[in-house]
Design a protein around this ligand. Structure first.
Ligand code: 13P
Ligand code: SF4
Length: 301
């Protein structure tokens, strides 16, 4: 039996479901029951019937799934697969901002630790951040931790005073305007689709800005043939599956998320065999972090 057969068999035996983010390797996406962006996966996590969730993604994703589903067992194939941006804000910054502004909402990108969520009013993902910030009654928005997504939201919702934090995604900010200009020179007919975690310089060159699911839909549904992809290369798998004739170009070598790459078939099998890397969130943190996550699900609906 192949490793894939072993995984599929054990998955049934243990009544587990595999959720995978678009950034993990194609072979992982292929064996997953659900593949999607962070918002889709957090919604799916609340709807699945199985007792166990194997989350092929990074820590904040498994943690959010556990917070939303305390009665399910959630496992991470690699316990060290973490998103560095998730740690790029502090509770002290939040408390200081709450002292400074009366009419303030702390809007927390889901790429954040459970602890940061406990100090926040609402979570967002890149696919719903604009909609949710627009819908909030507060004038002042402290957007943590991603400064680039925060600035993109601020531009889309000019009626709000969006205060930025200084977090960033090391993988997306490594894509520079120079990469884009060189790629445009090499492929003059290609349209640029970029994730809002990219810097302003890059986003100013984009034909489309959106979450991973948005980028995939834009490319798949467009009449154009050639695209420059301004996000992690994992999205190529889904685009190639849905629209194999499109020509896709990355902007630089190594356009990967090293943490998502830690998820392998071997580790998924281990996780199923050994019940290792289970996600635990203490009750106090869970109950507090649940509030902004549930508010996100409500406001994004
Ligand atoms: P999505 O919200 O598009 O899934 O993006 C998550 C992420 O980590 C982007 O770097
Ligand atoms: Fe975090 Fe960036 Fe990886 Fe997304 S691509 S999970 S923001 S490190």
């Amino acid at each position: 039996m192949s490793i894939v057969d072993d995984i599929l068999k054990l998955k049934e035996e243990k009544n587990a479901v595999i959720l995978a983010h678009y950034y993990v390797d194609e072979e992982i996406q292929e064996i997953a029951d659900y593949v999607g962006d962070s918002f889709y996966l957090s919604k799916v996590a609340t709807k699945v019937d199985q007792d166990r969730i194997i989350f092929a993604g990074v820590e904040f994703m498994g943690e959010s799934a556990k917070i939303l589903n305390p009665n399910k067992r959630v496992f991470m194939p690699d316990a060290s697969a973490d998103c560095p941006m998730a740690h790029m804000a502090t509770k002290e910054e939040i408390l200081k901002m709450r002292e400074e502004y009366d009419d303030l909402a702390v809007v927390c990108y889901i790429n954040s630790t459970a602890e940061l969520k406990t100090y926040s009013d609402v979570c967002v993902t890149s696919s719903n951040a604009v909609k949710i910030v627009k819908s909030l009654p507060n004038k002042n928005i402290f957007f943590i931790p991603d400064q680039n997504l925060g600035r993109f939201v601020a531009e889309q919702v000019p009626e709000k005073n969006v205060i930025l934090n200084n977090g960033f995604c090391p993988r997306h900010v490594a894509i520079t305007k120079e990469h884009v200009l060189n790629a445009k020179k090499a492929h003059p007919n290609a349209k640029l689709a970029a994730h809002p975690e990219c810097t302003k310089d890059v986003l100013d060159e984009a034909d489309y800005i959106g979450a991973t699911s948005g980028i995939i839909n834009y490319v798949v549904n467009s009449d154009e043939e050639e695209f420059l992809i301004g996000t992690v290369d994992g999205v190529l798998a889904e685009i190639n599956k849905k629209a194999p004739d499109k020509k896709l170009y990355l902007l630089k070598p190594d356009q990967i998320c090293i943490n998502m790459k830690k998820v392998t078939l071997d580790k998924i099998l281990d996780c199923l065999e050994e019940d290792c890397n289970e996600v635990f969130v203490d009750d106090e943190t869970r109950l507090k972090a649940l509030v902004p996550l549930e508010r996100m699900l409500e406001l994004a609906a």
